[in-house]
Design a protein around this ligand. Structure first.
Ligand code: UDX
Length: 465
């Protein structure tokens, strides 16, 4: 019997950099590794910013590997602007508007001779499941955070919620989830301890609750499948801790292979400027500092970082996004051994031989990108999953330091972290060695016959028969 044609995967992505990056990289990885047809879709506003140098990109285009086709969330011109729109309001309108337009997109692809075989959607988009169901198309969640975080939410929604809520104000209260290492309240994703009155944060928790309900509902038909942006060898126990209920499939990949200097970013900066500067620095000497695409850094926090950088006397590359720039302070930064930029191609920076340490808020993308480049970290977690990622970095993998952060990280604490990660002592050497080991594991997983490679081939195999 003849094999079925190559399946067509449609990626639907929430318009945030931290959702776009892992989805775009997985989309490209899937197409490259398996030869599947892949279409990538996010909102028109985000799409225009990602491809500002591609003329008429709204109509969609193919870059020789995958096709890009945006959908409207009703805010094509202004997008989601924190300054002018209440995030809570956007979040609810986004669902209503996008649902209709993604449904039309699916229909258009079918009538245009490119029917979708499977819809891959990122978190916060549980409505995608309904419209895919309506059109009889299978869908699969792409969980863009750590497997440990997935398992934590899973156990929370399926039995631990009241215990955690009752002890939400006690950071050191112990929490033992089945199959996970002992945790405390302070390690958990911050959404798990929000109050119902906490506006936007409570909405995010509700959206996640909805998502896990769907996984539970699907389970009545067959075991739900979830693609997870991690490696089997990094989070074996967490993956095993949910394996009776969910088929959690680690499909980690190497973002560096799919990153170029401009396309795909919602922010811009001249790459030449910082890459040439990095070229002048010694191997492993530079501290790279960035707190992701969302967080707004307090002035007080910036002052503490400046203090630490001056004391540590190491060259640094520091990303301070335009939307949280404190002009006054930046003049102090621009010393001869430092560079402050508004944005950078982070994966390319982390892969540069000069970078020896990443001072990060421990967003999952940043954590994963650092590890696949073998760069040890000083974790400065703020909210959502970051404390848990920092815990993994320090306690499970031993490839970095989790800092004590009381609203802001103090200069002395940052200096302590930098010395531990970049110093000459036995502990420092061990931290750096462990970061390299995690990189090796990721590379093995992605290679022919490795766990991520086999998982992707099996995913495609489900639709080719
Ligand atoms: C958010 C949450 O804050 C995070 O905890 C969660 O895991 C994902 O959603 P964000 O804060 O943006 O994400 O952090 P992160 O997950 O690290 O994603 C940031 C992305 O932007 C990374 O892919 C990083 O490579 C990219 N980036 C950031 C750049 O390319 N250049 C920069 O200058 C800064």
């Amino acid at each position: 019997m003849a094999n079925k044609p190559q399946p067509h995967f449609l990626f639907i992505t929430y318009p945030m950099q931290s959702h776009i990056n892992p989805a775009l990289h997985l989309a490209k990885h899937l197409a490259t590794t398996t030869g599947a047809t892949v279409t990538f879709s996010t909102t028109i506003f985000a799409h225009r910013r990602m491809f500002s140098s591609t003329p008429n990109s709204d109509k969609g285009f193919n870059d020789g590997l995958i096709t890009y086709l945006p959908f409207s969330d009703g805010y094509d011109e202004e997008g989601y602007k924190r300054a002018t729109m209440d995030p809570k309001e956007y979040f609810s309108l986004f669902g209503t508007n996008s649902k209709r337009n993604v449904s039309i997109l699916l229909n258009d692809l079918a009538t245009g001779g490119r029917p979708v075989t499977c819809v891959v959607y990122t978190i916060l988009l549980s409505w995608v499941v309904d419209i895919a169901d309506e059109q009889g198309i299978p869908s699969v969640l792409y969980w863009i955070q750590a497997a440990t975080v997935f398992a934590t939410y899973y156990h929370f929604f399926l039995g631990f919620e009241s215990l955690i809520k009752a002890h939400a104000d006690d950071p050191s209260f112990p929490v033992c989830f089945p199959g996970l290492p002992p945790l405390q309240i302070r390690d958990l994703p911050s959404f798990l301890t929000v109050r119902e009155t906490d506006g936007f944060n409570a909405d995010i928790l509700d959206s996640l609750r909805e998502l896990f309900k769907i996984l539970d509902r699907e389970q009545e038909k067959m075991k739900s499948r979830v693609l997870i942006n991690t490696f089997q060898e990094w989070e074996t126990d967490a993956l095993a801790s949910v394996c009776n209920e969910v088929e959690a499939i680690p499909v980690g990949h190497l973002p560096k292979e799919y990153t170029n200097s401009v396309a795909g970013y919602l922010f811009r900066e001249d790459e030449k400027k910082y890459m040439e500067w990095l070229d002048t620095k010694e191997e492993g000497s530079v501290v790279y500092i960035s707190f992701g695409s969302v967080s707004v850094m307090k002035k007080e926090q910036m002052e503490e970082i400046v203090k630490a950088l001056k004391e540590s006397k190491r060259p640094y590359l520091w990303v301070v996004r335009k939307d949280n720039r404190e002009e006054e302070l930046l003049e102090i930064e621009e010393g001869e051994d430092g560079m402050v930029v508004e944005w950078c191609s982070q994966v390319r920076v982390l892969a540069h031989r000069a970078v020896g340490c990443f001072v990060t808020h421990c967003g999952w993308n940043s954590t994963l990108e650092s590890l696949v480049c073998g760069v040890p970290m000083v974790g400065v977690p703020h909210w959502t999953d970051q404390a848990m990622n920092a815990k993994l970095v320090e306690s499970l993998w031993g490839c970095g330091v989790r800092s004590e952060v009381d609203g802001v990280i103090k200069g002395e604490e940052l200096v302590r972290g930098l010395e531990l990660v970049m110093g000459e002592g036995e502990k420092s050497v061990d931290i750096r060695r462990k970061a390299m080991m995690l990189q090796d594991k990721a590379m093995d997983a992605v290679g022919e016959g490795g766990s991520s490679h086999l998982n992707l081939m099996a995913l495609v195999g489900m639709f080719t028969g």
